[in-house]
Design a binder for this molecule. Structure first.
Ligand SMILES: *[C@@H]1O[C@H](CO)[C@@H](O)[C@H](O)[C@H]1NC(C)=O
Ligand SMILES: *[C@@H]1O[C@H](CO)[C@@H](O)[C@H](O)[C@H]1NC(C)=O
Ligand SMILES: *[C@@H]1O[C@H](CO)[C@@H](O)[C@H](O)[C@H]1NC(C)=O
Ligand SMILES: [Zn+2]
Length: 449
């Protein structure tokens, strides 16, 4: 930058030449005054223009460039999701590959449109920054597994196949997916523009009653486990699918409490979707780490057992007797609303109800895409999340609250679980070696060999 004329003159004529210098200074001041009045007029002009735009309701494009969120909900949702993409708690893509392709990952082209709800173009359209790949196998029929769940089954094999499918698919598209084991991995994936891919096991029945199996699922990448699916298991009671499902343990069994502690020690999030209310309340109380509902909505909005009742939602929070958690809203039409009424606005009602009871910091998204026959109207597949964000923006949610909903709440809970795991390991807590008491094969009877 060059010095103003007055100083420049002084430098040129250090001795005498006062008149010339003063005249130059006056000229300079006149120029400054002239310039500032032009500047003032320009500002008035721009403000006037902005005012006209606002009056015409055309401020949206202008505010897009200025960094202020526009009034137009669709535009605002896009901007919010750009910085705070969706981290979905539950997507059943691995099971869709099992069902449709018999686990043949070579046959799956995620760059092409898939028959289900998930493929790469639609994930990108929907501004997805991460999701939990559910590695799921169904419950056995009660008669097959026996009253104590101990009959031999293929669930551990099938779960390993689901983990294999998920990891093969993640590796197949390295520009799109990044396998994530930690909250730091999730954030790095998002900042690289990749989709963080985390594994979640959908039911304690997939452990074959064995806590050792949980440790190995952890080693293979599992970072949450749902305590039950739709059946009871050795660890905990399920809510089943219909009201009045008779309990087996009255919540968690003793072994279930041990399992929760082991999950805390490892850093596997305790997932309470599918559990009975008693299981959920007891696990919330017992878990030292924050917990999740990976795909559950609000029972007060639509009364089905798979949704979370208000009395359990009141146990979530920062207060005395409460625990940090995130309830990730399920989009399954049957859990959202009576037949034919599930749409974006009904899903937004679930989000708002959970926020009203537990707080906006405790709600997230867990669509269940590819695990449900169809999505609600307006939320048909993974390309549609922006419609839900737009609906909530229109209802007054601000960008920080929406960033919490799309992913930050889940990340906080995940980090909390990592912190607890580090503390428990530092405290020297030993791994759990408890054996399910109904197992006939342990300890080994040498005479039977
Ligand atoms: C898997 O799919 C690929 C591509 O469609 C096909 O060429 C291959 O034969 C399949 N493999 C098996 C074992 O079915
Ligand atoms: C499962 O175990 C029960 C006993 O616990 C037995 O009666 C039943 O036949 C077994 N079912 C199969 C399919 O093995
Ligand atoms: C929570 O757990 C403590 C022991 O850790 C127990 O004393 C208390 O009764 C439990 N509360 C509920 C509501 O289960
Ligand atoms: Zn489920």
């Amino acid at each position: 930058m060059s010095p103003p004329p007055s100083e420049r003159d002084r430098l040129i004529a250090p001795n005498g030449a006062h008149d010339e210098a003063e005249e130059a200074q006056e000229n300079y001041q006149r120029t400054v005054i002239r310039r500032s009045s032009w500047g003032g007029l320009t500002v008035v002009f721009i403000l006037g223009l902005a005012f006209v735009f606002i009056l015409q309701g055309r401020v949206d494009d202008w505010s897009y460039w200025s960094g202020v969120l526009p009034k137009n909900p669709a535009l605002a949702a896009r901007m919010i999701l750009e910085n705070s993409p969706v981290i979905d708690g539950h997507i059943d893509l691995p099971f869709a590959v099992r069902a449709r392709y018999a686990n043949n990952v070579s046959a799956v082209d995620l760059n092409a449109r898939q028959p289900g709800h998930v493929d790469i173009p639609r994930l990108r359209q929907g501004k997805v920054g991460g999701f939990f790949w559910s590695v799921y196998v169904g419950c056995a029929k009660p008669d097959d597994e026996g009253p104590d769940f101990v009959n031999a089954s293929w669930r551990v094999r099938d779960t390993l196949e689901q983990i294999d499918v998920a990891r093969q698919l993640i590796d197949k598209y390295p520009e799109t997916f990044r396998f994530a084991l930690t909250s730091t991995d999730i954030k790095s994936a998002i900042s690289e523009g990749r989709i963080a891919s985390i594994l979640g096991v959908e039911g304690g029945h997939q452990l074959g009653n064995s806590i050792g199996v949980l440790r190995q699922y952890y080693n293979l990448g599992a970072r949450y486990m749902t305590l039950t699916h739709t059946c009871h298991n050795a660890f905990a009671d399920s809510c089943g699918m219909a009201p009045g499902f008779p309990p087996r343990h009255g919540g968690l069994s003793d072994l279930g409490r041990t399992l929760v502690t082991e999950m805390n020690r490892l850093g596997v999030l305790v997932d309470l979707s599918h559990t009975s209310d008693a299981t959920a309340a007891q696990a919330l109380n017992h878990s030292r780490a924050p917990v999740i509902w990976s795909h559950s909505s609000a029972r007060a909005v639509h009364d089905v057992p798979r949704n979370v009742p208000d009395w359990v939602l009141r146990l979530v929070g920062e207060g005395e007797g409460q625990k940090d958690a995130v309830v990730m809203v399920n989009f399954a039409p049957g859990f959202v609303a009576p037949d034919g009424l599930a749409d974006v606005s009904a899903v937004a009602d679930h989000v708002e109800h959970i926020a009203r009871i537990a707080g906006k910091k405790h709600v997230g998204l867990g669509s269940d895409f590819d695990g449900i026959p169809a999505g609600p109207v307006g939320l048909e597949d993974v390309s549609k999340y922006p419609a839900l964000i737009a609906a909530l923006y229109a209802r007054g949610w601000n960008k920080y609250e929406l960033a919490g909903l799309t992913g930050a709440n889940l990340l906080r809970v995940f980090e909390g679980a990592e912190r607890v795991a580090a503390e428990l390991q530092a405290s020297g807590l030993a791994p759990a070696y408890d054996v399910y008491e109904k197992r006939p094969d342990l300890p080994v009877n040498w005479d039977d060999l």
